[in-house]
Design a protein around this ligand. Structure first.
Ligand code: IVH
Length: 665
């Protein structure tokens, strides 16, 4: 083999190994940047030696030429669907039926998340990806080979030595939620079509005639069964067959489990239900499959689905209802949000009466009107939203909704700031609605966490003139409270006690409680641990803040303007006088912070860190990170292609280290 070909083989193997570690084992061993570097190297060699390009090279995923249409593919073995159960009772009946038919008790099930994407069949011939097809009507699908080849989680070539002549795997193509959001954000900026949910996005991507476009979509794949296999396989169970699929380099869902009987199924269903909001992909239930393959054969099929498997669906998270009215809400920072008041409807097990319409542009885009029948979606704990109007059900004579021109709470003229989609009331804390929201935020769980002080009570207290600022809370007396509607003596005393208790807090919670725009829990924690006192925060400069991890110019500006505002300074002063305290931030020891007192500049491109992670590591070790090299700089860390900053450092005789030094620290 000529040496260049040998080198190509080595790089391809490395790239395939990295992809396997990332997608199948879920244990990445190198950074994206390192992968890219190696990939670029391969690309360059292949460009110089086009005759050495093979279809299974990782570079061949970028997407073939556009297609005229999709060829039809007949499935050798039908792609079946699944029966459903919705309740524990139905699940028990399913298990009892199988126990009775098979004479086996208890039955072991392979329990798997039910991925909400698209079923595809992928065929490998002699270990090479040969063909991929959609499920279609179950007997004939569409040829989407060119598109599936662009999915990095699908190997172009199988791993290992024991590869059958022909292997068909079946599984689900999904788009991750994070990828979906990223994609939609970019599509919006470019004025391109956005998708309603990750499933539609995955479907749209697979039905894309230009594979180059599919290549740019963040798709993933998990195998869940075998189709046609040329050799006799000696597996006893479905789960063993999936373990084998994994060794071939194909990703299998890591949450799959073997469970026993209906009780085990139910436990799995609950466990997955709890995990669901934290997963980066959508699932719409779980699937139970009899694990024993011989038993599967014995149980057989009913028309279009196997008798030995069923889907246990989560309650629907989308439902249709009627918009009875549209109101606008004033947020803590003055944002004006239109809200649809709905005819009550149960969505995913919860009764929903309000749904956000986001902003004026969204109302126009979806053309939502009072009286419309709409789809409402509720995902996890987020506020339900109106997804789409059912135009065929629109009542005659319905009117477009227009946003108000003045604040519904304080009547100040609303403004739209440059680059923002939302209307805002600029009155700040002079607006009663914003004042209420600021106090609601101040007492909320992640902030001062005042027990027994709910939104309604805060609103009432502001309306009754009992409180104007968070500081007023700490001067409330029992007599003030018991005059409020439905407030007994006992509740009043309890509330006073909670208020008293909340006085001892932590600096990060206090900073978060102030409700500075763009300062969430994480930023508040950074400010608390890095700046260490409110006094220092009051006078800090934007440039100093920008040196902290994850604080950019916009957030820095928000923080400095918050503390520059006289009214805010007064409230902080009053809060301190009311007796709010926190423990001193512990200063880490010199051993934990070897870089204490050092001013460091990062320059050039780093391969193992992003700028933010490099900066975070340095800060954690006690260093100060600045952007320009001067006599005050103690050290410069220079990555690849470092330019003028490195030259300047050398001129000034400043110590220079490379990226590895930072890695080893
Ligand atoms: S097994 C014969 N396992 O659900 C059984 N399907 O309603 C064939 N699905 O078309 C399917 N996750 O798209 C199976 N872990 C899983 C699944 C799963 C999602 C989808 C698949 C199928 C549909 C059946």
């Amino acid at each position: 083999m000529p040496p260049i070909n040998a080198e190509i083989q080595v790089i391809r193997k490395q790239l395939n190994d990295y992809a396997y570690q990332y997608y199948v084992l879920d244990e990445p061993t190198i950074s994206d940047a390192q992968y890219d570097e190696l990939y670029q190297k391969l690309l360059a060699i292949e460009k110089a030696h086009p005759d050495l390009i093979t279809p299974d090279s990782p570079t061949q995923r970028v997407g073939d030429k556009p297609l005229d249409g999709f060829k039809q593919i007949k499935h050798e073995m039908s792609m079946l669907s699944l029966g459903n159960v919705f309740t524990e009772q139905e699940l028990k009946e399913f298990d009892e039926r199988l126990t009775e038919l098979s004479g086996v008790s208890p039955i072991c099930y392979a329990a798997e998340p039910k991925l909400d994407g698209l079923a595809v069949s992928i065929t490998y011939l002699e270990g090479q990806l040969f063909q991929a097809a959609t499920r279609g009507d179950g007997s004939t699908g569409e040829d989407i080979t060119a598109n599936v080849k662009t999915i990095k989680a699908v190997p172009l070539k199988l791993r290992g030595d024991n590869i059958p002549h022909k292997l068909e795997v079946r599984g689900e193509v999904i788009m991750t939620r994070s990828g979906f959001e990223r994609y939609n954000r970019q599509a919006e900026i470019k004025g391109e079509k956005t998708f309603a949910n990750p499933r539609n996005a995955a479907a749209g991507s697979l039905r894309q005639l230009d594979p180059c476009k599919t290549a740019r979509r963040p798709l993933a794949f998990y195998a869940y069964s075998l189709g046609v296999v040329s050799e006799y396989l000696k597996f006893k169970t479905h789960s063993q067959s999936l373990d084998w699929v994994k060794t071939l380099g194909i990703a299998v869902n890591p949450l799959n489990q073997i469970v026993i009987g209906a009780h085990g199924c139910m436990q799995f269903y609950q466990m997955i239900g709890e995990k669901r909001p934290t997963l980066d992909y959508d699932i719409d239930g779980v699937v139970y499959k009899v694990d024993d393959l011989a038993l599967q054969i014995k149980l057989g099929f009913v028309t279009k689905s196997p008798r030995w498997a069923t889907a246990h669906k989560f309650p629907a998270e989308e439902a249709t209802t009627i918009i009875e009215n549209i109101d606008v809400q004033v947020g803590r920072t003055g944002s004006i949000t239109p809200v649809a008041r709905l005819h009550p409807v149960v969505v995913g097990g919860v009764t929903v009466t309000n749904a956000t319409l986001h902003n004026e542009d969204e109302i126009r885009r979806k053309d939502v009107r009072i009286g419309d029948t709409v789809f409402v979606r509720r995902a996890g704990d987020v506020i339900p939203e109106v997804v789409k109007v059912v135009l065929s059900k629109r009542p005659k004579g319905s009117q477009q909704f227009n946003m108000p021109t003045h604040c519904p709470a304080c009547e100040t003229k609303l403004v739209k700031l440059e680059g923002e989609a939302v209307l805002r009331c600029p009155a700040g804390l002079y607006c009663d609605a914003q004042r209420k929201q600021a106090i609601i935020h101040f007492v909320s769980r992640k902030a001062l966490d005042i027990d027994g002080l709910g939104d309604k009570l805060v609103e009432l207290m502001v309306d009754e003139g009992l409180i104007k600022t968070p500081a007023d809370l700490f001067h409330l007396k029992k007599q003030d409270l018991i005059q409020l509607e439905r407030m007994g003596e006992k509740s009043a005393l309890n509330l006073l006690q909670s208020i008293e208790k909340s006085k001892h807090t932590s600096l990060d919670k206090f900073i978060y409680a102030l409700g500075i725009r763009e300062v969430g829990e994480a930023t508040a924690l950074t400010l608390a641990t890095q700046i260490k006192s409110i006094k220092a925060l009051k006078t800090i400069k934007a440039e100093q803040l920008e040196e902290l991890p994850d604080i950019g110019p916009i957030v820095a500006k928000r923080i400095t303007s918050f503390f520059a505002e006289e009214h805010n300074r007064q409230v902080i002063e009053q809060l301190m006088q009311a007796g709010i305290t926190w423990d001193e931030i512990q200063t880490p020891s010199a051993k934990e912070q070897p870089l204490i007192g050092k001013t460091i500049v990062l320059t050039g491109s780093l391969s193992q860190f992003t700028r933010a992670t490099a900066k975070a590591k340095l800060l954690k070790l006690g260093a100060k990170v600045t952007s320009s090299v001067s006599k005050k700089t103690d050290l410069v860390i220079a990555g690849e292609n470092a330019g003028s900053k490195l030259t300047k450092a050398e001129k000034l005789g400043i110590e220079v280290k490379d990226e590895q030094w930072l890695v080893d620290l």
